[in-house]
Design a binder for this molecule. Structure first.
Ligand code: UDP
Length: 404
């Protein structure tokens, strides 16, 4: 069972996880989010379900069903929560609520613990059953939101038994318990397992990517917050001094209607440069992403806003030097100057890329530290441990929690 993580994940995490598994054996644990494919939340849930099941927990993952209008509205809410001035009208909020009401009629919300992920399904709380502990799990950056939109959303969030945020800076002045749990990666997944050189080369050949020059890589949805244009700007500055190629790899997420517009902007901006590879990958291209990350010389995640940025831990686990935007959850992963570099501008990114390209010893040193930092803090076994701990604490409120 979770023995397969022995020797990979920290022993203490596995022991506690095992113990919590015994406590919750046979109990039901429901997760609800808004997409089965694309983005970090789906990625984590997909990997977490088998672990919960292996522990003997009756785990279920449901996805809300909605039309384009709903996802247009929730993308605007998402943007506003991340501080990008969007107005949400009363009518939009009503529609948002109605879609959740109809999903509440379709999804069986009865479970001992119910974790609702992100703003899209947050108003499901209005339809909670009497039984069960309800937690709102927020993965996005709420540190500097459009106030009106955030206040409206928080009216739902305050009805939960507790909330979980990824980063301490994201917590809000609200009247429910708040827990801080960063997201995580699964070292045994197809996306993160070891690959042979043959497997890596096969992917590069399939995409027509030359292997002999240094590769700069950013893997992310085509979203302005991920700043793909800024990455191209940085690459162009570097290119004057160091020959290299740039790969921007992304895939569509069903709950992100803006992807195509941003993709077109990026294509236009990159036009005419044969050394920029824009790869639009189908969902679940895990081995391809793994191979691209392993083939990269430097991995970027130059986000302007970021909930956590799983791609950073994915690259660090592979021992890669990383450069990330100094925002959201990225500084948790990138300890500046120790496990990578944090940047604020394309110029800053270009400077750090060149530093990596010209200093192999530093690349190796930071890569090794990065992998250990991920092992200690951002593996999925720790996140499952923490989710079960929150459930335990909430169920045992008022009793002693020292029983753990
Ligand atoms: N991802 C993917 N295919 C892509 C782009 C991204 O599988 O074309 C994955 C990526 O490897 C990571 C997740 O989607 O596991 C993105 O999570 P992150 O936290 O970086 O960003 P989010 O999309 O959730 O904002």
């Amino acid at each position: 069972m979770i023995d397969r993580y022995a020797g990979i994940a920290p022993k203490g995490d596995l022991m506690l996880l095992q113990r919590l598994g015994e406590i919750f054996r046979g109990r039901s644990f429901l997760h609800v989010n808004s997409t089965r494919a694309g983005g970090g939340v789906a990625e984590i849930l997909q990997r977490m379900m088998p672990i919960l099941e292996e522990l003997g927990i009756d785990a279920r993952w449901e996805v809300i069903e909605a039309d384009d209008r709903f996802f247009d509205i929730t993308k605007k809410i998402h943007n506003a929560i991340q501080g990008y001035g969007e107005k949400i009208t009363e009518e939009m909020w009503r529609y948002y609520y109605e879609v959740n009401r109809s999903n509440a009629g379709r999804i069986d919300l009865g479970a001992d613990a119910v974790f609702i992920h992100d703003p899209q399904p947050a108003s499901l709380i209005e339809f909670r059953k009497r039984r069960g502990t309800w937690v709102w799990r927020c993965h996005i950056d709420v540190s500097n939101p459009v106030k009106e939109v955030c206040d409206h959303l928080m009216r739902y969030c305050e009805k939960y038994d507790a909330t979980i945020f990824s980063v301490a800076k994201f917590t809000r002045a609200i009247s429910v318990d708040e827990y801080i749990i960063p997201p995580s990666i699964d070292p045994l997944s197809e996306k993160n397992r070891e690959l042979s050189d043959g497997e890596i080369n096969e992917v590069l050949e399939r995409f027509g990517i030359p292997g002999e020059r240094p590769i700069l890589l950013q893997v992310s949805r085509f979203d302005r917050f991920k700043d793909p244009i800024g990455v191209i700007k940085a690459y162009r500055m570097v290119k004057k001094y160091n020959d290299c190629i740039l790969i921007l790899a992304g895939s569509p997420a069903t709950d992100d209607p803006e992807g195509e517009v941003v993709l077109n902007e990026v294509r236009e901006y990159a036009a005419g440069d044969p050394d920029i590879f824009i790869l639009l990958l189908p969902a679940f291209s895990d081995r391809e992403i793994n191979a691209l990350q392993r083939s990269a010389t430097v991995v970027l995640q130059k986000s302007l806003k970021e909930g956590f940025g799983l791609t950073v831990s994915e690259a660090m686990w592979k021992g890669k030097p990383v450069i990330g935007g100094a925002t959201g959850g990225i500084p948790l992963q990138i300890v500046h100057g120790y496990t990578g570099f944090l940047v604020h501008t394309p110029e800053g990114a270009a400077f750090r890329i060149r530093q990596f390209l010209n200093n192999a010893a530093m690349v190796k040193r930071m890569g090794e530290r990065g992998r250990e930092h991920v092992r200690a803090n951002f593996l999925i076994t720790k996140q499952v441990r923490d989710y079960l701990s929150v459930w335990y604490i909430l169920e045992n409120k008022g009793k002693t929690v020292y029983e753990l």
